[in-house]
Write a protein that binds this ligand. Structure first.
Ligand code: FAD
Length: 565
């Protein structure tokens, strides 16, 4: 392998940052309190329709669709997604997908950049695995019809924060995810062995004898269905919606980690929520991400007085990693007593800016902002969840029969901070691996249309009606205030106390549709995020503790794991 490159990258990293990179990380076990019922709703196998498939994929973003496309045609695949196939974090991706694609780039350099961004917590072998596969996986996308932007015949590559060279392929200027998902959905639709159920919500995984056997799903037309699968792949994406300020679409409510936690899977790295530094901040607009490719192309960050402030915080200035830029912006907002800073592109050539960022230009135009002449108001927002299900290199979770890929997992690629544009790549690589691994296992199992007796199909629970929107808004505000870009023990403890109280009366309730189930999942993951953030008494990557402002490599070069007792 591999070892040579890993060692080279590690050595380069040590030389560049003056840190010692440990050969492996050490797990740190924690058991979270068990106030969560095993199943959110009751069901009786005699009163619910059944469906049988070889492989069940939960989630229709890039990871889920890529997984489905890995299943050979002789096996049946069902993909369910709680919204439409075009509505996911993947479809929203702007900047692009990173890979070793240009003649001046090397696998070792991409590994080094990823490891350096990851704050000494990456799994080096995973980083190497993903980077090595990058050109092959991106090549597959091209062969399936994805039209990446080009300079003549060559891919037009851009550079983003933390990357040492131009290695980000993009499409439609700043709508890379939209174009990738268009091509991948088309491929899925043309594959007869793949069935898709949109607007279908996975409430819980079904387990029997500690193995995953499928999922309890719901849709508005048919109500509950028990989907029995020989192997199940969880690809439910992110968790950004637990924060008031987020770039994530409304599907990103952390369902996957919560569902998996209830089913006994082990989770990791829940304290690491990456905040995107530049989210559009205009009253009345949704919190749209302003891609960091803009800074890559020369945009500057200035405060309300017009002063460029990033060089005060880091010598890489606007191209410093995301955690550094987010932290600097929050500090500058505090210094200037102002709710935002600005991105300034007015010094760049206007036509080139409009051609490179057509989507953002059109969006800002709706609010009477011309990005070539006006400053764009921005502030940080929750963007990417690094934590999630523990998976091995094939995408196998800690529960037999359950696989996972994409943002719902903690694969070890990102460490304590994700390098920009590495997540679409991770979704592709791990989606492919999980699909292949699950197919291999499913092929070994004979068809059997019997239904096992489940341990605890739940009991009817009820209570006073609750104002779910009120609790959801309160949770999002509390998470933003107390568990945001900067954290400390007092604020985390206050958040834990409030959320613990809400959990006590919301989690045991029985709800009839996704509004309630999503809130229960959001409470579950928020509680785990806070427990991990309280536990990690240091600052590392995107986890910034103002009461422990330094990185503590002696005690904290390890992970925090959770599993339901
Ligand atoms: C605005 C924005 C810009 C981004 N830009 C980039 C970029 O330029 N480059 C990059 O590499 N990364 C980018 N990212 C991150 C990247 O898009 C995601 O990390 C990645 O696409 C995640 O893919 P996924 O398949 O794991 O999840 P998703 O694409 O989010 O898909 C999740 C799927 O799961 C479904 N789902 C969720 N819960 C349930 C449930 N209970 N039941 C049924 N279905 C469910 C959803 O409906 C959805 O279909 C960006 C993210 C955002 C939000």
């Amino acid at each position: 392998m591999s070892g040579g490159i890993v060692r080279a990258a590690t050595a380069a990293c040590e030389a560049a940052c003056g840190i010692t990179v440990p050969p492996r990380t050490h797990p740190h076990e924690m058991h979270a309190p068990n106030t969560t019922p095993r199943y959110l709703v009751p069901f009786h196998p005699k009163r619910v329709p059944h469906f049988f498939t070889d492989v069940l994929v939960i989630g229709g973003g890039l990871a889920g669709l890529r997984a489905a496309l890995s299943v050979p045609p002789e096996l049946s695949v069902l993909v369910i997604t709680k919204d439409g196939l075009s509505h996911s974090n993947s479809a929203q991706a702007q900047g692009g997908i990173a890979g070793v694609l240009g003649p001046e780039d090397r696998v070792e350099d991409h590994i080094t950049d990823t490891v350096m961004a990851g704050g000494n917590l990456c799994d080096y072998e995973v980083v190497e695995l993903v980077v090595r596969e990058s050109s092959e996986r991106i090549g597959e996308l091209i062969s399936w019809g994805t039209n990446f932007d080009r300079n003549g015949v060559r891919l037009a590559l851009t550079r983003e924060a933390g990357h040492g060279c131009h290695r980000i392929a993009h499409a439609l200027g700043d709508a890379t995810g939209k174009e990738i998902i268009r091509a991948v959905v088309q491929r899925v639709v043309q594959t007869p062995s793949i069935e898709t159920w949109e607007n279908t919500f996975a409430i819980d995984l079904l387990t029997h004898n500690d193995a995953c056997r499928g999922a309890l799903v719901w849709n508005p037309q048919h109500g509950k269905t028990l989907v029995w699968a020989k192997q199940t792949i969880l690809c439910t994406g992110g968790t950004g919606q637990v924060y008031r300020e987020t770039t994530n679409p409304d599907i990103a409510t952390g369902d996957g980690p919560a569902i998996a936690y209830r089913a006994g899977a082990e989770l990791r790295d829940m304290e690491f929520m990456q905040f995107h530094p530049t989210v559009l901040y205009i009253a009345g607009s949704s919190r749209n991400l302003i891609t960091e490719a803009m800074r890559g192309e020369g945009a500057l960050l200035i405060d309300r007085t017009g002063r460029r402030f990033m060089p005060d915080y880091d010598q890489r200035a606007e191209l410093a990693p995301r955690d550094v830029v987010s932290w600097a912006i929050v500090s500058q907002m505090e210094k200037t007593q102002y709710p935002n800073v600005y991105l300034d592109l007015t010094h760049l050539e206007a036509e080139a800016v409009r051609a490179r960022f057509p989507g953002i230009a059109a969006l800002c135009q709706k609010f009477d902002l011309d990005i070539t002449r006006d400053r764009i108001p921005v502030r940080p927002g929750a963007h990417y969840m690094i934590g999630g299900l523990i998976v091995d290199r094939e995408g196998r979770s800690t529960v037999p029969g359950l696989w996972a890929a994409g943002e719902a997992t903690a694969s070890g690629l990102h460490g304590a901070n994700r390098l920009a544009s590495n997540s679409l790549l991770e979704a592709l690589v791990y989606g492919a691996h999980a699909g292949e691994g699950a197919s291999r296992e499913a092929a070994k199992i004979d068809d059997n249309f019997c239904v096992p007796m489940l341990e605890n199909p739940g009991v009817n629970r009820c209570g006073e009606p609750l104002d779910l929107a009120d609790i959801r808004n309160s949770l999002k505000s509390l998470m933003w205030r107390n568990v945001g870009v900067r954290r400390n023990a007092d604020e985390l403890a206050e958040a834990a106390e409030n959320i613990g109280r809400w959990c006590r009366y919301v989690l045991p309730r029985q709800f009839a549709d996704p509004t309630g189930w999503e809130l229960q999942n959001m409470l579950c993951v928020s509680r785990l995020m806070i427990r991990a953030a309280l536990d990690r008494k240091e600052t590392r990557g995107c986890h910034v503790r103002t009461d422990f402002p330094n990185r503590d490599d002696d005690n904290w070069t390890r992970h925090i794991n959770f599993r339901r007792e």
